[in-house]
Design a protein around this ligand. Structure first.
Ligand SMILES: Nc1ncnc2c1ncn2[C@@H]1O[C@H](COP(=O)(O)OP(=O)(O)O)[C@@H](O)[C@H]1O
Ligand SMILES: [Mg+2]
Length: 412
């Protein structure tokens, strides 16, 4: 593999918009110059192409999908309209005033948020964006990311909160599923963020991963097909899971409950992603015992590496005593802000330390990534042309290709 330091993993796009010093967001709508370009975050028509109205909880409750692991046809993909991405991001007319000082000049609503730009300043140019959107959504449903020889169980872990575990799980899973892989997401965090991100009902009373862990209910009975994404299933987490950490203490084979549940479906999935809670308790241990690979998302911020030793020690302990196949196979840098030197420094540190386990793809800080969950979507479907979606797509592609090149040695 090339030395990652030889080439910048963040090619600076010469055509991307500079900006940001003004702090102002230049609205990108085709509104006439005298109409303030107000963007209502709750108005789906104002949002990206694939953003549906967020569903009320009551509506979600009825979405329980009973069909379990049967394959879905690509026809069941939410009707994506990648071409429409062009409409959403049309260049403003030349006479549209810049947003700087605009509210003061026109008397427009001063409460219009400047922190929710229509496009990020570093999003790719429009034509490329549309092209990437089609590539990412893969409407034909062909297998364009190689499928592994056997199920790859990947535990997405980092005991720090807010580093992008859930975001990574959801987006990699969707990317791989859109490209022909059969993927299961196991939400092992009582907060249930992965379930929310995939729009899978997870209110009290919904069968969930707690039932698998504590009552040995088969995974197939609790897994739900993810609406709109063929070949993607999710085992949700409800708030019940919060008690599991304590209840597991007195259960037989408490560390390998999840492993047994997953092993009951050999060859059924190409990928199983386990979204861990931000702790190193019994839930995370269950995930580490069930997995062959650990994927560690590392946020490109100060303190990023602090605490990693503890995680690595735990992984080593699990490998020695419970799961000799376990390996840290993948490190993903998340929330990279290319305007800061700190992000660069963190990246260099991480690459020096972990070598080629670190994916070349780096996930930038991108507002589309953080908006997507509020629409019950991944960024892949919410705004497939965005820099966030492209980066997760590239990360998924790398993971898929690595898995095929070294299918045996990596887990040996
Ligand atoms: N690349 C990104 N750009 C912007 N926001 C992000 C990005 N990745 C994650 N976030 C946001 O950061 C917060 C924490 O991410 P999350 O995936 O929930 O972390 P964790 O699961 O490790 O606690 C969420 O609000 C998420 O939307
Ligand atoms: Mg999380």
């Amino acid at each position: 593999m090339n030395d990652p330091r030889d080439a910048s993993p963040h090619p600076v796009d010469p055509t991307s918009r500079p900006d940001p010093s003004s702090g102002a967001v230049r609205p990108v709508s085709s509104a006439p110059a005298n109409v303030p370009p107000v963007r209502d975050p709750h108005d789906p028509s104002d949002g990206p192409v694939n953003a549906p109205t967020p569903r009320p909880a009551a509506a979600r409750a009825n979405v329980a999908v009973s069909a379990r692991f049967e394959p879905q046809t690509p026809a069941s993909v939410v009707p994506h309209q990648p071409g429409a991405a062009i409409v959403e991001t049309t260049t403003p007319p030349a006479d549209t005033p810049p947003a700087t000082g605009y509210a003061e000049e026109t008397g427009a609503d001063p409460y219009v948020s400047r922190e929710t730009p229509t496009r990020e300043e570093d999003d790719p140019p429009l034509a490329m964006e549309a092209m990437r959107a089609v590539q990412i959504l893969n409407p034909s449903g062909e297998v364009s990311m190689p499928r592994p020889d056997r199920t790859r169980v990947m535990c997405v872990a980092n005991q720090k909160g807010g580093v992008g575990k859930t975001t990574t799980t959801v987006n990699l899973a969707v990317a791989l599923a859109l490209h022909g892989n059969r993927v299961l997401v196991v939400d092992l965090d009582p907060q249930g963020n992965a379930s929310t991100g995939l729009n899978v009902p997870h209110h009290t009373g919904v069968p969930d991963v707690y039932d698998c862990l504590i009552d040995s209910v088969p995974l197939a009975e609790v897994a739900q097909a993810v609406e709109g994404i063929p070949n993607l299933w999710c085992v949700p987490a409800t708030i019940d899971l919060a008690g599991a950490e304590i209840e597991l203490v007195s259960v037989v084979a408490r560390e390998s409950r999840l492993s047994r549940a997953i092993e009951a479906y050999p060859g059924h999935f190409d990928y199983v992603f386990i979204d861990c809670p931000p702790s190193l308790g019994l839930l995370t241990v269950n995930a580490l015992v069930a997995a062959q690979e650990v994927l560690i998302p590392i946020q490109c911020e100060y303190y990023a590496l602090e605490g990693l030793n503890q995680l690595i020690n735990n992984i080593n302990l699990v490998r020695q005593h419970l799961n000799p196949k376990l390996e840290v196979s993948t490190i993903l840098l998340t929330m990279y802000d290319r305007r800061t030197r700190l992000a660069d420094a963190v990246e260099q540190d991480v690459r020096n330390h972990f070598g080629d386990k670190v994916l070349q793809a780096v996930i930038p800080r991108n507002v589309r990534v953080s908006e997507a969950p509020s629409y019950g979507q991944s960024v892949m479907t919410y705004d497939p042309g965005s820099r966030g979606a492209t980066s997760y797509f590239e990360a998924a592609q790398e993971i898929a290709e690595r898995g095929v090149k070294e299918p045996v040695s990596r887990n040996a």
